[in-house]
Design a protein around this ligand. Structure first.
Ligand SMILES: *Cc1c(COP(=O)(O)O)cnc(C)c1O
Length: 301
């Protein structure tokens, strides 16, 4: 496969929280690839392998106009010699989002679908009639699935996991969280911060991807940091992201990682973590989605 990602580094930001007596590291998955950033390549890798092994020609998946998963799929499929089709939520707009422009440039065929059809119909039934379903390999929205979680697990290869008491990430579908739980060592706690509002099925969705043994690991969903819902952004969130960048040099996105860093900062300030804890926060990328914001809202590009 003509595709590779660079090894992620860990930035230590403990000094921001020096009075809390905890160590805080940020795993920079946002830096592994310029387009297929963050968790997306790791979640996709075994689906790509399965598609190639099954001699499929086209990877089919679905997502919104600013979806990190759509652009990552377009790029990773092309780099693997596969075609890709993205079923997109909503009618075709006059002007494509930069995400969809990038996906199209990588060769993805975009199929625009009304919101109702998108929610209710199977991906196969939404494809153009001339497409041969036998040639298609279907990947769930957001890469949800066991193969996605197992791929995510490989993002932690080569990291000295035993140095951490807590592994912390944001959750959309929960696939990344399930990957962290698969990788977690005995005694380690996995914490996940939901970015959707009222997704009561999240914990079950995560647990469905785990074995009985993995389900015994220590795990908390900490809700209340979604800022009103998926992709909702408040001025305080954007201000926080700017301040966090000023203090750490780490850019974040307003859909996932901005909420994640804000949540962890709040939990630290409330002394949620016992002294001596050592946190590994997963920066899962997604910075391209910030292009949907009006210019000037963020001090980093
Ligand atoms: C997709 C995405 C997530 C959510 O991952 P899930 O596995 O769906 O929970 C988190 N952060 C970023 C930046 C993402 O793009």
């Amino acid at each position: 496969m003509s595709f590779s990602v660079s090894f992620p580094g860990i930035d230590c930001i403990s000094r921001l929280f020096s009075s809390r007596q905890v160590k805080v590291g940020v795993l920079r998955l946002d830096q592994v690839h310029p387009v297929v950033s963050g968790n997306k390549w790791f979640k996709l890798r075994y689906y790509l392998e399965a598609a190639l092994t099954g001699k499929k020609k086209t990877l089919v998946t679905k997502g919104g106009a600013w979806s990190n998963h759509i652009v990552a799929t377009a790029y990773a499929a092309a780099a693997s010699g596969l075609n890709s089709t993205g079923i997109i939520r909503g009618e075709e707009p006059a002007q494509l989002s930069s995400t969809l422009q990038q996906a199209e440039k990588a060769g993805m065929q975009l199929v625009f679908t009304s919101r109702t059809d998108f929610a209710q119909l199977s991906p196969a039934s939404l494809l153009p009639e001339n497409m041969n379903l036998e040639d298609c390999y279907f990947v769930n929205e957001g890469g949800y699935g066991i193969a996605g979680a197992e791929g995510m697990c490989t993002a932690l290869e080569g990291i000295r996991l035993q140095e951490y008491s807590h592994l912390i990430c944001a959750a959309g579908t929960g696939t990344m969280t399930a990957g962290l739980l698969k990788a977690a060592l005995p005694g380690q706690t996995v914490i996940t911060i939901p970015v959707l509002k009222g997704y009561t099925g999240l914990e079950a969705a995560i647990r469905n991807l785990l074995t009985t043994e993995e389900n015994k690991k220590i795990f908390s969903v900490i809700d209340g940091y979604h800022e009103g819902g998926y992709a909702k952004k408040s001025e305080p969130l954007l201000n926080f992201m700017n301040e966090f960048y000023n203090e750490t040099g780490i850019p974040s996105d307003f859909v996932y990682t901005g909420k994640l860093f804000r949540a962890v900062t709040d939990l630290l300030n409330k002394n949620y973590f016992p002294p001596g804890s050592s946190l590994l926060i997963i920066h899962s990328g997604g910075l391209q989605g910030n292009r949907s914001l009006p210019k000037g809202k963020l001090i980093f590009g």
